[in-house]
Design a protein around this ligand. Structure first.
Ligand code: BES
Ligand code: MN
Ligand code: ZN
Length: 512
């Protein structure tokens, strides 16, 4: 991956005294905006600047509040007061968020060595190792940048030299090392997905995405195969290929397999929509904002990002991923409204709107997955409908499912990862709205059906048979122009950590 903002991480177990650094983070709770007990001895004298800052009452300890203080401790060039908020409702996402705020401040200062003591005041509901994983994730997520195409002002992209998480004496250094590793892998996997989503479509074509997947496979010990248009044709993927027809860029059907090495392990299937650009096809999108459609491959990026983490995390579950990659353009050979295409499972589809292309590529990928791998659970991730923003805003992804057990597992993974989900129903009326006249199905519902996100789910349900399946509509969560501490504006990498928590859930218990 291109650019990491924190160059080195480590864990130090023992007292803080005697540890020199360019910056020391001091967490301050809103309930008690005072020096944490273990740190009192570092800042001596009533006139000490850290004591004065806290005594003034100016620093409230609000979540993510920061204040840089100079000259407070001979061993530390700077002290960063970091508000951790009230102890009430202190979730792990707050740990991610405040760690991100601190790491960003450190990054913008361009400092070398940073000490970050854990546990945070008020976060006692979580073990130190849980906090460490979340803090590492948050620090990486919060400081991510995308300088790839900048040739001017490059000095504005700053970095942190070394982030040291400091744990109290009695902590187990080995366990802490694993917790740090886990946070790093998850954070970097998410940034990897962000970087792909940020890449412009002329740089990230389907063929280039396939090369990236092959490289990930080499590095992480995964099997990778890439089917070209002829191979997809031979398999009967008429829906996927219909979308690709309007573009000169050859489509790629990318398959990745992670074998955990246990014959009796559960097998999970992932599918990620990867429209490296979606112009809408003949049903062309309006010009305003069309450039955003470079991130219409964010589902594929999330799946690839999660696959990239599995070996490093030694996940005891086998996983197959399919990433159908193509552009959707209005070329001379493009699929036209009214055309009928046949998906790999034999179902015929009348393409009434060529901009509803995500469900076409997913139809073949889902049915291919069911036929070839028969996974215990099948999850697709896709920027499928603008309507999901109407339903949920940018604060969570929609879950559509044919299986309550799997939907509940997703909900648990959402709580653990902080990547929010909300389930919508798939009422049968929506399937009625999708019944075709000329063909078996139409790719858009009747105009008066409403519920665009549900209609998308109802369409996909036709391609999974009885396999427990969840569709995640991430059109609202994949990218946002609002800056949040561990979610800088731009691509979020949404889904990587959610998928990892879901998959790990299968590893840590018996089958559903
Ligand atoms: N890629 C879009 C959905 C999208 C919208 C993603 C906004 C990210 C942000 C998808 O292919 C699409 O065009 N969906 C149509 C469906 C409609 C034609 C039924 C939409 O949402 O308008
Ligand atoms: Mn579209
Ligand atoms: Zn699309």
């Amino acid at each position: 991956m291109g650019f990491l903002t924190i160059r080195e991480f480590s864990v130090a177990v023992g007292t803080l005294a005697g540890q020199k650094a360019d910056l020391l983070v001091v967490g301050v709770s809103k309930d008690e905006p005072r020096l944490p007990a273990g740190m009192a001895s570092l800042f001596t004298g009533d006139a000490n600047p850290v004591r004065s800052a806290l005594a003034s009452g100016d620093f409230k300890g609000d979540t993510g509040e920061t204040l840089v203080v100079y000259g407070a401790s001979p061993d530390h060039g700077r002290v960063l007061l970091l508000g951790t908020g009230p102890a009430r409702d202190f979730g792990l996402d707050r740990v991610r968020s405040v760690a991100a705020s601190a790491a960003r401040r450190a990054r913008d200062l361009g400092v070398g060595r940073v000490l970050f003591p854990l546990p945070l005041p008020g976060a006692q509901a979580w073990t130190r190792d849980e906090q460490l994983t979340a803090a590492a994730e948050g620090a990486i997520l919060g400081t991510w940048q995308f300088p790839e195409f900048k040739t001017v002002d490059r000095e504005k992209f700053r970095t942190v030299g070394h982030l040291v998480f400091c744990l109290p004496e009695e902590s187990d250094a080995g366990m802490a090392g694993s917790a740090l590793h886990r946070g790093r892998v998850r954070g970097e996997g998410t940034c990897f997905a962000r970087e792909l989503a940020a890449m412009p479509a002329n740089h990230l074509t389907p063929a280039e995405l396939a090369r990236v997947a092959e490289q990930v496979a080499r590095e992480e010990g995964l099997r990778c195969s890439v089917l070209d248009a002829d191979e997809c044709e031979a398999l009967g993927m008429g829906a996927f290929l219909a979308v690709a027809r309007g573009s000169a860029e050859p489509p790629k059907f990318i398959v990745l397999e992670y074998d955990c090495g246990r014959k009796d392990a559960p097998k999970i299937g992932l599918v990620g929509k990867a429209l490296t650009f979606d112009a809408g096809g003949i049903s062309l999108k309006p010009a305003l904002g069309m450039h955003d459609m470079k991130y219409d491959m964010a589902g594929g990026a999330a799946v690839l990002g999660a696959m990239r983490c599995l070996r490093s995390l030694a996940v005891p579950v086998s996983v197959v991923a399919a990433i159908p990659a193509t552009e959707n353009l209005p070329g001379g050979r493009a699929v036209k409204p009214g055309d009928v295409v046949r998906a790999i499972n034999g179902k015929t589809i009348e393409v009434l709107n060529t901009d509803a292309e995500g469900r076409l590529v997913l139809a073949d990928a889902l049915a291919w997955m069911v036929r070839n791998h028969n996974p215990e659970a099948l999850i697709d991730v896709a920027t499928l409908t603008g309507a999901v923003v109407i339903a949920l805003g940018h604060y969570g992804a929609a879950v559509l499912s044919n299986n309550d057990g799997l939907a509940n597992r997703i909900e648990a993974a959402a709580r653990a990862s902080g990547e929010r989900t909300w389930r919508l129903p798939i009422w049968d009326e929506f399937s009625d709205h999708l019944k075709g006249e000329t063909a078996d199905l139409k790719n858009i519902a009747d105009a008066n059906a409403g519920g665009g996100t549900i209609a998308g789910g109802a369409f996909l349900r036709e391609f999974v048979d009885e396999t427990p399946w969840v569709h995640l509509d991430i059109a609202g969560t994949a990218w946002w122009e609002k800056d949040r501490p561990h979610l800088p504006k731009g691509p979020s990498g949404y889904g990587v950590r959610l998928l990892l928590d879901l998959i790990e859930g299968y590893g840590s218990d018996t089958r559903p």
